[in-house]
Design a protein around this ligand. Sequence first.
Ligand code: NAG
Ligand code: NAG
Ligand code: NAG
Ligand code: NAG
Ligand code: NAG
Ligand code: NAG
Length: 426
Amino acid sequence: MGIISSHAKHFFHTLIVFLPFFLCVICQESCTCQESQPPSPPPSPPPKPLTFIDQRLAVVYPIIQKFKTTITSDPFGYTKTWVGPDICRDDHYKGFYCDNPPDNLTAFSLAAIDFNGFQLAAPSLNGFLDLLPDLAIFHANTNNFSGTISPNITKLPYLYEFDISNNIFSGVFPTAVLGIANLTFLDIRYNYFTGTVPPQVFMLDLDVLFINNNNFMQRLPDNFGSSPVLYLTLANNKFTGPIPRSIANASSRLTEVLFLNNLLTGCLPYEIGFLKEVTVFDVGNNLLTGPIPCSLGCLEKAEQLNFAGNFLYGQVPEVVCGLGNLVNLSLSYNYFTYVGPLCRKLIKSGVLDVRKNCIRGLPDQRSPYECFVFFMHPRYCPYFYSYHIIPCKLHPLTHPWPLTHPPPMPPKRHLVSYSALLRHRL
Ligand SMILES: *[C@@H]1O[C@H](CO)[C@@H](O)[C@H](O)[C@H]1NC(C)=O
Ligand SMILES: *[C@@H]1O[C@H](CO)[C@@H](O)[C@H](O)[C@H]1NC(C)=O
Ligand SMILES: *[C@@H]1O[C@H](CO)[C@@H](O)[C@H](O)[C@H]1NC(C)=O
Ligand SMILES: *[C@@H]1O[C@H](CO)[C@@H](O)[C@H](O)[C@H]1NC(C)=O
Ligand SMILES: *[C@@H]1O[C@H](CO)[C@@H](O)[C@H](O)[C@H]1NC(C)=O
Ligand SMILES: *[C@@H]1O[C@H](CO)[C@@H](O)[C@H](O)[C@H]1NC(C)=O
């Protein structure tokens, strides 16, 4: 960060200025000095001009002070530390962080705000956030901020992380974020946004897009796969329609994707099998139907695959059960009818869950009547021929574990997207 030395300098400076004062206090306590004059109320001194270690801090000081007056709730008293000119000192200005701005590496400016968990309430961030010219990072998980996001934040040249998760923002998607040139992290989960997500969101050069736990209602846009994101959570909204075939276009980057708890319909597109970087693919609790395409046998890096709670049917492809990195393949609450030997081994080892399907001879399945009713209706997926195509050179169809023993415990991995399903940032 490069601010240590300046801190130190500043600290010494403070010490020199205040040393005589400290000595006098000590003297007063130990020498019982006599007052020669009757005490008179000290005349209120004229306000001393504040001195800032950098002009850029003088610029943001009044903006912070003005924002402070708009805060209606501060249960932990953080704003009490927002006083005086020392915006960059660790014990002052809780939540504010300074750094050298990219355009002048000897200057000091306000570079980051981290209000995570502060539980501050304010009716708007406008006139604050959009007026902090060197801000690069804004994190405000678990506060009570609301209002709209001013289009003026697009004028912040360095902003690249924007997190307003778990606040009480409502209304339409904050389109202002579309104009932030270098945004890489966008987290608006756990708010009350409604309506549609503009397709341009999927054109932003993001690494992380968390929009779960809002009230978005729309078909997934067709350009969805153009997004370069690595971590995408759309969970717990009301997205409808099929998973766009354009998902293939996300193949070189998409690493974790959560669609769970939406209203997605249609069949799983064969193109999912192109997601060669995917470690987590979760479409649990939607209205999807059709078989699992054999192309999913190409998801070599897949660790967590969740299809539970849909209307999927057919045979569970052995190539999927043969995936070497699987830790959890969840197919429960569907209408699958058959599992082959590799899948049966995964059931035994606890990796594959097929409870509440229509697989004869396995425990805890749906009743024959339920299965009969489901299959009474003719069922059909478009591009049906594609379901048998395997668009990769297959790994040998053997699971790397010694399958007669339980699988080795997978290393505990931090799954970025699943942690986004928690309301509070850890
Ligand atoms: C960079 O910042 C320092 C400290 O604020 C200032 O003295 C200097 O003039 C600045 N340089 C330029 C080129 O703006
Ligand atoms: C935040 O808002 C919620 C809902 O409006 C309310 O229940 C809660 O008490 C508020 N918390 C604070 C710290 O203001
Ligand atoms: C954006 O900035 C302009 C000019 O600085 C100002 O007039 C306007 O009120 C700002 N808009 C919002 C929503 O803050
Ligand atoms: C922001 O993005 C533009 C265009 O991609 C680029 O030229 C510029 O260097 C970036 N700025 C920073 C601070 O990364
Ligand atoms: C996918 O990428 C190809 C090649 O870049 C492009 O032609 C096509 O339009 C993209 N499809 C969608 C739906 O984004
Ligand atoms: C496997 O994934 C499902 C769906 O996400 C989840 O409910 C279940 O708890 C997971 N099982 C294990 C053993 O982690």
